[in-house]
Design a protein around this ligand. Structure first.
Ligand code: KIV
Ligand code: NA
Length: 265
């Protein structure tokens, strides 16, 4: 497709065709990911850490995410651009949620993503009713880290039923897809069986329809080795450090710039 639409994701699910989603936060990276054929780009609130240097996703604001959404949207044509509703932008009321979603859409997003399960179903419905596609996000949800009691696998033991219930509620509320983060393998399978909309896993095993990773994790720019669900496909951190060191060494020794990098009269 020229521009990937939510309908395409539904069709791919029906065809059993799997797809990959990555985060993006800036124009140049987004363009590279588009060239790689990535059909869905997420301007995640993970920008809190990888762009803004916060320790958690709690502090990042609409004002900080909106320019990144604009950059990714302007830089790309084909991918579906999904923007995260950050913590504090949708909790108070349906009206607040719709207003925030509208702002993200005006900045260039094609859909928004909202964290939370059954208790957030009303918010999802309100945004969908406003004509804005919503991607749900269940399982572990980082914005609720302090309520959950830390960074941990969701749906273990008695919590399993709740995760499946969350999936059903978010789908029934009209979400076009949902991220399923860090749930156990059996819970992922139950979610997969429970809903008809595309499911996008992260740290939830191979049984969902699609997969998402933070691009800096996927490409090894992030050296945080805490997360076992990340697979690194490059070592950009090493490469970038090496390039910066080589550049600095050339400048310090006088090798760069040379006359060939200058202009004649
Ligand atoms: O903010 C983010 O990057 C996310 C994904 C990793 C799902 O929500
Ligand atoms: Na997020």
């Amino acid at each position: 497709p020229r521009q990937v639409r939510t309908l395409h994701l539904q069709r791919w699910k029906a065809e059993g065709r799997r797809w990959a989603m990555l985060t993006a936060y800036d124009a140049m990276t987004a363009r590279v990911l588009e060239e790689a054929g990535i059909p869905v780009l997420l301007v995640g609130d993970s920008a809190a850490g990888v762009v803004y240097g916060y320790d958690t996703s709690i502090p990042v604001t609409m004002e900080e995410l909106l320019p990144l959404v604009g950059a990714v949207a302007r830089a790309t044509h084909r991918p579906l651009v999904v923007a995260d509703l950050p913590f504090g932008s949708f909790e108070s009321s349906d009206a607040q949620a719709v207003d925030s979603a509208v702002r993200l859409m005006k900045a260039g997003a094609n859909a928004v993503k909202l964290e939370g399960g059954a208790r957030r179903a009303g918010r999802v419905e309100a945004i969908v009713t406003a004509g804005i596609p919503v991607m749900g996000h269940i399982g572990f949800t980082a914005q609720a880290e302090h309520a959950i009691g830390g960074y941990r696998v969701a749906g273990r033991g008695e919590a399993a039923d709740q995760v499946v219930e969350d999936a059903r509620a978010i789908a029934a509320a009209g979400a076009f897809s949902m991220v399923v983060e860090m749930v156990t393998l059996p819970v992922a399978r139950r979610v997969q069986d429970a809903v008809d909309i595309p499911t996008i896993g992260i740290g939830s095993g191979p049984d969902l329809d699609a997969q998402v990773l933070v691009w800096q994790d996927m490409a090894g720019l992030n050296d945080d080795r805490r997360y076992r669900f990340v697979k690194r496909y490059a070592d950009l951190r090493e490469q970038l450090r090496g390039a910066a060191e080589a550049y600095a060494a050339d400048v310090e020794s006088g090798v760069f710039p040379g006359p060939e990098h200058a202009f004649d009269a």
